[in-house]
Design a protein around this ligand. Structure first.
Ligand code: SF4
Ligand code: SF4
Length: 310
C-alpha cells in the first residue's frame, strides 16, 4: 500500500471536520480517537453539537471575550457581520468561512469551527495514537454531525484505517438511502446506531425527519448480523415516559434487537447555541442522571432487551 501522504485520492479528497478528540472512552470499545464530521440532515431539538449541523465552516462568537471594537464588521468581505443590540451576529448564509474576522479580533472572541481535511491528514492524526488502540482494544470512531452526510469521505477514511488494521466504529442516526448506509456499514467493525424516537410523527416533530429510512437501515443491519448497538437518547418530555419505553421495546423486538444503550439527556452543548447566536428550545430542560432512567430500563429488560449498564 502507498504511504498515506503519497496516495492522490487520500490527499485530494477532503471532509469538513470540527473536532478530532483523542482518548475518548465513550464512543466504542477501548481508548479511541473520535473524528467529528460536520453536516447533518436532522435537527434534533436536543442536539449537543449544534455547530455540527451545518456542513460549512462557521464562525463562533464568544460574548464574554468581545471588547466591542467592531473591527470584525469592517474586515468581513461578505458583509456578513452585523451588530444587534450590542451582540455580534454572523449571517451564516453569507459567511464563506474565510477567517478574516477572527484574525482581526483583538479579544479572541471569534473563532472558526470546522476545517477541510484530507483523508490522509485525518488518518495520520488518528494513527498517531495507534499504541493506545493496541493496548486498550480501542480504535477510531467517526461521529458528527451525521457521518452519512459525508459518506464518500467517511468511506475513504474507514477504508484507509481498515488497511492499517485499526478497529473502526461509527456513530450514526442511520438517515441515508439504504445503499449509502450499507456501503458504510460494510466498512465498520462496530455501529452505534441512534434511534431518536419510536414514533414516526414524533420523530419528525423532534428531529425534522421521519424515521422510516432509519428503521429500515437498522433492521437491515440487524438482519445482516452486523455488529450494531442501538442507542436511545432519552430526553425529558420528548421520549422519557414508561409508555415510550414500552413502545421502544415493541419496536426493538420487532426489529430483532437484543441489546441497547440508553443515553440520558445532558446540557453539555447549551453554551454552543450562544456561541452560534442561536436560540435553544431545551435550554431549561433538566439533565438526566443514569439512575433517573432505571424504571425506563426495567421496562426494556422485562421485554427481554438488555440495557447496557443497567
Ligand atoms: S469568516 Fe470571513 S466571511 Fe465569515 S464572517 Fe468572518 S470575515 Fe466574514
Ligand atoms: S473584532 Fe472581536 S472584539 Fe471586536 S467587536 Fe468583533 S468580535 Fe468583538
Amino acid at each position: 500500500m502507498l504511504p498515506l501522504g503519497r496516495s492522490l485520492v487520500l490527499r485530494s479528497m477532503r471532509g469538513v471536520i470540527f473536532n478530532i478528540q483523542k482518548y475518548s472512552i465513550h464512543d466504542g470499545p477501548g481508548i479511541r480517537t473520535t473524528v467529528f464530521l460536520k453536516g447533518c440532515p436532522l435537527s434534533c431539538l436536543w442536539c449537543s453539537n449544534p455547530e455540527s449541523q451545518g456542513m460549512k465552516v462557521q464562525v463562533l462568537w464568544n460574548e464574554s471575550e468581545c471588547v466591542r471594537c467592531r473591527s470584525c464588521l469592517d474586515r468581513c468581505p461578505e458583509k456578513a457581520v452585523t451588530v444587534e443590540t450590542d451582540a455580534i451576529r454572523i449571517n451564516h448564509l453569507r459567511c464563506t468561512g474565510c477567517g478574516a474576522c477572527c484574525a482581526s479580533c483583538p479579544g479572541k472572541a471569534l473563532s472558526l469551527t470546522g476545517e477541510a481535511l484530507s483523508v490522509a491528514d485525518a488518518a495520520t492524526a488518528c494513527l498517531e495514537d495507534r499504541v493506545f488502540y493496541e493496548e486498550s482494544g480501542g480504535g477510531v470512531t467517526l461521529s458528527g454531525g451525521e457521518v452519512l452526510a459525508q459518506s464518500d469521505f467517511a468511506e475513504a477514511l474507514l477504508t484507509c484505517l481498515g488497511r492499517e488494521g485499526i478497529h473502526r466504529a461509527v456513530e450514526t442516526s442511520g438517515f441515508a438511502p439504504p445503499a449509502v448506509f450499507t456501503r458504510l456499514a460494510a466498512r465498520c467493525d462496530f455501529i452505534l446506531f441512534d434511534l431518536k424516537h419510536h414514533n414516526r410523527e414524533q420523530h419528525r416533530q423532534l428531529t425534522g425527519v421521519y424515521n422510516d429510512l432509519i428503521i429500515a437501515n437498522l433492521k437491515a443491519a440487524l438482519d445482516e448480523g452486523r455488529p450494531v448497538l442501538p442507542r436511545l437518547p432519552i430526553v425529558p418530555g420528548c421520549n422519557d415516559s414508561l409508555a415510550d419505553a414500552a413502545a421502544y421495546t415493541d419496536l426493538l423486538t420487532a426489529l430483532g434487537a437484543r441489546e441497547v444503550e440508553i443515553l440520558p439527556f445532558h446540557q453539555f452543548g447549551k453554551h454552543k447555541y450562544r456561541l452560534l447566536g442561536r436560540d435553544y428550545a431545551l435550554r431549561n430542560a433538566r439533565s438526566l442522571q443514569g439512575e433517573d432512567l432505571i424504571p425506563f430500563a426495567e421496562v426494556l429488560k422485562r421485554g427481554n432487551i438488555q440495557v447496557r449498564g443497567y
